[in-house]
Design a protein around this ligand. Structure first.
Ligand code: HPA
Length: 276
């Protein structure tokens, strides 16, 4: 077994001991300001990242840094409350360690959420966007290096990375709930600097509807390992240069705070309707 596989198994074994044997249906990664949902799980058990062997530790304010297992919408879920970002200095392989560990735990479904800047000028801060596809123009890739063949193939398809079926289900649930959801393309920038107005125009010309600093590495790793993925962005601010005002992290957190009850309600019904 490769060194990384040993580490993944050790981490997964520790988590399994802490949360119990009952299988988990959906893994969830909650982004900036959206992590409170983890507090709504029933029969929950929390495992601080710091205690899990080989797990990285989050450094961003607003990211609690723990795994929470419990019931949501009648399904057993495992929530990452806070994630790891490339801009924190981790290699992309480290950023995706938790997703790969989820797969080793037997989890086959992944919900990823993030805060993102809105590039599409027809939309508003506070809108929720189902991610239909992504753009990663930065040269790094979380799977660069020796292939972890226990998880997946060296070369694998990304043409349906964000499950069309799950998006249709999410649209239906949002509409039943009376929540408007957008659908669009997420472009990864490394951060931690926000984009420049020229970069945002470039992203728009590329076809992006949103820009952000996360999610793409995790989705690549999830697809490599054969997981079904649903991605939701909370568009917390208009991206740089669209409005005549500077961007700041407070605005990102404030919008997250404003939409969090809607977001939580949506995630709950999506979880309940998720076919597993
Ligand atoms: N750019 C990148 N990441 C973000 C933004 C943004 O404007 N807002 C929230 N996350």
């Amino acid at each position: 077994m490769s060194d990384i596989m040993k580490k993944l198994h050790e981490a997964a074994e520790y988590v399994r001991q802490m949360i119990g044997e009952e299988p988990v249906s959906i893994g969830m990664i909650l982004g900036s300001g959206l992590g409170d949902l983890a507090n709504e799980l029933e029969d929950s058990v929390a495992v601080p990242y710091a205690k899990i062997p080989h797990f990285p530790v989050s450094t961003v304010p607003g990211h609690a840094g723990r795994l929470v297992a419990g019931m949501l919408g009648g399904k057993r879920v495992l929530v990452m409350q806070g994630r790891f970002h490339f801009y924190e200095g981790y290699g992309m392989d480290t950023v995706v360690f938790p997703v790969q560990m989820m797969r080793v735990l037997g989890i086959r479904n992944l919900l990823v959420t993030n805060a993102a800047g809105c590039v599409n000028t027809s939309w508003q801060p506070g809108d929720l966007m189902l991610i239909s596809d992504h753009i990663k123009l930065i040269p790094d890739n979380p799977l660069r290096g020796i292939n972890i063949s226990e998880l997946g193939e060296r070369f694998f398809d990304m043409s349906t990375a964000y499950s069309e079926k799950l998006r249709a289900m999410a649209r239906e649930q949002a509409s039943k709930l009376g929540v408007v959801v957008r659908e669009g393309i997420y472009q990864l920038f490394t951060g931690p600097s926000f984009e420049t107005p020229a970069e945002v125009r470039f992203a728009r010309a590329c076809g992006a509807d949103a820009v952000g600093m996360s999610t793409v590495p995790e989705v690549i790793a999830a697809r490599h390992a054969g997981m079904e993925v649903l991605g939701i962005s909370c568009l917390t601010n208009m991206a740089a240069g669209i409005l005549d005002q500077p961007l700041n992290h407070e605005e990102v957190l404030e919008t997250g705070e404003r939409v969090k009850s809607t977001f939580s309600a949506l995630v709950k019904v999506i979880t309940a309707a998720w076919p597993v």
